[in-house]
Design a protein around this ligand. Structure first.
Ligand code: PMP
Length: 408
């Protein structure tokens, strides 16, 4: 309990006391705050100046390295000049500019789907689509490790939430079997799970969902642009695109901007533009953002060389870290995310800091974001990391891991 001088009775902040205490204990040990890093200058998709030092970035979602693409930057500058800095309105009023339509056209082409709807973030895309289609009396059957935006969408829609064991097809089927006949059912899956970097068995899961008459929504936030022959994601890779009713994605990862979207072939999909509150009651993305996003999405359609290089990077890092003796979240590289499991938060924070001092930035991830109470050093690779940089990264891990005592 915090004393009454700092937290009088009725202080609505007292619910945060545990997390404040954990944070204070961690910082009192002298480690740098892992959640307060400032990038003083960003030099490229893979390098930034942090604490005055040239640092390799291995903890961004910039999988395809599009943030400094010259065509993308040029499109943004042109849109700023032609349309100004912002729309100052909702998509359904004054906030739909030519660029928003072009961005949705690019998405429809990228996925080969009939409808595309752009939201201001991926978080809002999940919040909006899920809460609007699954309401009171409907059932949402979802992987227990689903992203916060999925859970928040379920809570907002007030549907019945039925979680099942992570990536377990039998558990999904068991849940589906128990749902009352005739009830509305939405199964929500992710292509790649962002904490461990593991891929869902979508082929089996989508088949089971369809067998029980459920609609299927797949969040491809971490697979768009990289996984699948055309970078459409895990649903493409596993041949189930046609059975996915809704694909959700974000521009904040491979696309390299900000924004979210949903694509669908549902014939009534367009009504979402009038009934989806997180679409209607917020301002639309600035013209420069939809212009950079559309340009990036179109370039990602032709990104197969970059995809191949990113796979190489991911496999090399996975094998190298495992050979050094680190505990990795997946038995092999399944995506661009390699999760290194730390013994606890304290050692995880020490390792994070040791890597930063080496000149390497990774994500320190901890509960509630991580499954099973784990502390992870999440490494996410970029198609712009050179093969030499990956070797440098491995040397940094070796030195830091030995210094902190995580490997011998
Ligand atoms: N879905 C998943 C699986 C995510 O990991 C994220 C962001 N990390 C989002 C949705 C939200 O995306 P955005 O950053 O565009 O809000």
């Amino acid at each position: 309990m915090t004393d009454t001088v700092t937290a009088p009775a009725g202080d609505l902040f007292s619910k945060f006391d545990d997390i404040i205490q954990t944070r204070e204990t961690l910082l009192a040990s002298g480690v740098e705050d892992p959640y307060n890093l400032v990038m003083e200058k960003v030099l490229s998709p893979t390098r930034a100046i942090c604490n005055g030092r040239d640092t390799i970035l291995l903890g961004t979602y910039n999988y395809m390295g599009m943030t400094f693409d010259p065509d993308v930057l040029e499109a943004g500058k042109q849109a700023l000049a032609d349309y100004g800095s912002g729309t100052t309105g909702s998509r359904v009023l004054n906030g739909t500019f030519q660029g928003h339509k072009e961005c949705e056209d690019a998405l429809r082409e990228f996925y080969g789907m009939d409808h595309a709807m752009v939201f201001s973030t991926g978080y809002q895309a999940n919040l909006g689509i899920i809460s609007t289609i699954a309401g009171k009396g409907d059932y949402v059957i979802l992987d227990i490790d689903s992203h916060a935006s999925i859970y928040d969408g379920c809570a907002m829609g007030n549907a019945e939430i039925v979680p099942f064991r992570h990536n377990n097809v039998e558990a999904l089927e068991k849940r589906l079997r128990r749902i009352p006949e005739g009830a509305g059912k939405l199964v929500i899956l992710e292509g790649v799970y962002s904490m461990m970097g593991d891929v869902a068995p979508l082929k089996e899961m989508v088949a089971v969902s369809k067998k029980y008459g459920a609609m299927v929504l797949v969040d491809e936030a971490h697979s768009m642009g990289f996984i699948g022959e055309n970078g459409r994601g895990v649903a493409e890779e596993q041949g189930v695109m046609d059975d996915c009713d809704f694909i959700i994605g974000t521009f904040s990862k491979s696309v390299g901007t900000v924004g979210g979207f949903c694509v669908s072939n549902h014939p009534k999909f367009d009504i979402m533009r009038l009934v989806c509150r997180p679409y209607v009651f917020t301002a639309s993305l600035p013209p420069s953002v939809v212009a950079t996003s559309a340009t990036s999405i179109r370039k990602l359609m032709h990104g197969s060389n970059k995809r191949a290089h990113l796979w190489e990077n991911s496999k090399t890092l996975h094998k190298g870290l495992r050979d050094l003796g680190f505990d990795i979240g997946t038995p092999e590289a399944q995506s661009a995310i390699i999760a290194v499991i730390m013994p606890d938060l304290q050692q995880g924070a020490m390792m994070w800091e040791a890597l930063l001092k080496e000149g390497l930035y990774v994500n320190l991830a901890r509960p509630p974001a991580t499954p099973a109470g784990m502390t992870l050093l999440r490494c996410s690779l970029c198609a712009e990391h050179s093969a030499e940089e990956v070797q440098t990264i491995l040397q940094m891990f070796e030195r830091a891991g030995k210094a902190v005592g995580i490997i011998s």
